[in-house]
Design a binder for this molecule. Structure first.
Ligand code: ADP
Ligand code: MG
Length: 237
């Protein structure tokens, strides 16, 4: 999916040659210290960040300057740390907006699909609530449902539980766990190491704009080879 990707902000090289492949149906977790380039890597995939060199592939095709970015983004869903729901729309409105506006799905069908997705994230009883009336965990679950409404091929999840009160983290992780079991392709950044261990097919440790080590959860957590990874794991687990 990524081939020798470099990215610099002015003279600050943030990604220094990243190659990463993600197979369909896999959950890949990015871990690493703050500032190591995890968010930037995710943003390269849906072109929120412009790479300086290298190649990004999606669905077997190289994403180039001429790629229709809006079309691409309908197939790549992204959820961020800070909820970005439309505050003036109900939960149902949030989940139906893009399918109706972008995919031109008939309103009735969009509503049906939205209610089904809200059931999946356990929030069908909140369809008429406004974001301000929801807890942080509920907002993130709506954000996930809103993403899924576009039927993305891959989900990018950037520390989506980091801003939540600890007691609300579990309900959001449960939704992601379920998606992983259903075979959704996902790339996620998380500080929840136990969760990463449990849900990932592959764990990728980044430091200083490089992938320092990658492997199965067992390889990374039980048998880390790299010194920096060991130190990182000692500090976070
Ligand atoms: P992580 O998600 O691993 O914490 P980031 O990808 O957010 O790391 O950031 C990596 C580096 O890139 C940091 O040094 C950060 O300051 C820098 N950076 C990120 N976004 C921008 C930006 N829009 N402009 C300039 N520098 C940025
Ligand atoms: Mg980040």
């Amino acid at each position: 999916m990524l081939q020798d990707v470099h990215l610099a902000f002015k003279d600050n090289e943030v990604l220094k040659g990243i190659s990463l492949s993600v197979q369909e149906g896999q959950s890949v977790t990015l871990i690493g210290p703050s500032g190591s380039g995890k968010s930037t890597l995710l943003r390269c995939i849906n072109q929120l960040a412009k790479i300086s060199s290298g190649k990004v592939f999606f669905d077997g095709q190289e994403i180039t300057k001429s790629t229709d970015i809006n079309q691409l983004r309908t197939r790549i869903g992204m959820v961020f740390q800070h909820f970005n729901l439309f505050p003036h729309m109900t939960v149902l409105g949030n989940v139906t907006e893009a399918p109706v506006q972008v995919l031109k799905l008939p309103a009735v069908q969009a509503r049906e699909q939205a209610m089904e997705l809200l059931r999946r994230v356990g929030l069908d009883d909140k369809s008429n609530a406004f974001p301000a009336q929801l807890s942080g965990g509920q907002k993130q679950r709506v954000a996930i449902a809103r993403c899924l409404a576009m039927k993305p091929r891959v989900l990018l999840l950037d520390e989506i539980t980091s801003a939540l009160d600890p007691e609300l983290v579990g309900e959001v992780l449960a939704v992601i766990r379920e998606l992983a079991h259903q075979g959704m392709t996902m790339i996620l950044v998380t500080h929840e190491m136990q969760f990463a261990k449990e849900v990932s097919d592959k764990v990728v440790f980044m430091d200083g704009g490089l992938i320092v080590e990658q492997g199965t959860p067992d390889e990374i957590f039980q048998n880390p080879k790299n010194q920096r990874l060991r130190k990182f794991l000692r500090a976070v687990i």
